[in-house]
Design a protein around this ligand. Structure first.
Ligand SMILES: [Zn+2]
Length: 245
């Protein structure tokens, strides 16, 4: 068994929590969420069969992807082939139609996704709104359900102290995006890795404060003449487990 999937219920929201064997070893899992027949994110390719079973069982009629990363968009190709309506940003779709090159540890943990070749058709989703929240990746978006004041935030939040800021991330854009979601005053937030976060506003405020303070510290270190490696070790606490793998 290369992956497992656990179903958890939070009232109107169903969490599909997926973990690969390699991911379990380093304590990383990822979730897709289903609300009123719409799935947010699609998991990684090694969980494909389990995810498709859940799509069938939960009568999922459409899927939205928060960003192109393989643990979120890993099963877009399989869903498109099956005829599930998909809502992707155009930049996300362009990346998925090319073959994204993944770093080794990401292929080990999540598997290599197949590139998207089937045409996609877009669903009508009057009651769910996508908000572009770049930073973690340029194409990152969150899904906002105003009827329940719920934000499905993908990889925007990821805990208050995410120790490693990946080189492809733009931490200044992340702060702006966190503020944009904070301005919606969400009651609930569903994070792709941390699950249900409530009260959401509180968690967003703490992340905004921590990240802003961290960036200010880095700026002052740069002005004091520290080299990059020293700054990373002192301020960000070194590389995390996933980066070492
Ligand atoms: Zn990501």
């Amino acid at each position: 068994m290369l992956a497992s999937l656990r179903v958890e219920r939070y009232g109107d929201v169903t969490r599909l929590r997926m973990v690969s064997v390699a991911g379990r070893g380093i304590g990383i899992d990822v979730s897709a969420y289903v609300v009123r027949g719409v799935m947010i994110d699609t998991g990684f390719v090694r969980a494909r069969d389990l995810l498709l079973q859940a799509v069938q069982a939960l009568d999922v009629r459409a899927a939205i992807v928060t960003h192109w990363h393989e643990d979120h968009a890993g099963n877009v190709a399989a869903l498109a082939a099956r005829g599930t309506a998909l809502l992707l940003r155009t930049d996300t779709e362009a990346i998925l139609r090319a073959f994204p090159r993944l770093e080794l540890y990401r292929r080990v943990v999540w598997g290599s996704p197949t590139s998207l070749s089937a045409p996609i058709h877009e669903p009508e989703l009057a009651d769910l709104v996508c908000v572009h929240t770049p930073g973690h990746s340029k194409d990152h978006q969150i899904v906002w359900d105003a009827s329940t004041r719920t934000a499905f935030t993908g990889d925007l939040w990821l805990g208050v102290r995410a120790r490693t800021v990946h080189s492809t991330e733009d931490p200044y854009a992340i702060v702006e995006s966190l503020r944009a979601v904070r301005a919606l005053s969400p009651d609930r937030m569903f994070d792709a890795h941390r699950g249900l976060i409530t009260p959401a506003v509180d968690a967003l405020d703490r992340k905004i404060d921590w990240l802003s303070a961290t960036l200010a510290t880095i700026e002052s270190r740069i002005q004091a003449g520290d080299d990059d490696g020293t700054i990373v070790r002192r301020v960000l606490g070194g590389e995390d487990a996933a980066a070492i793998v």
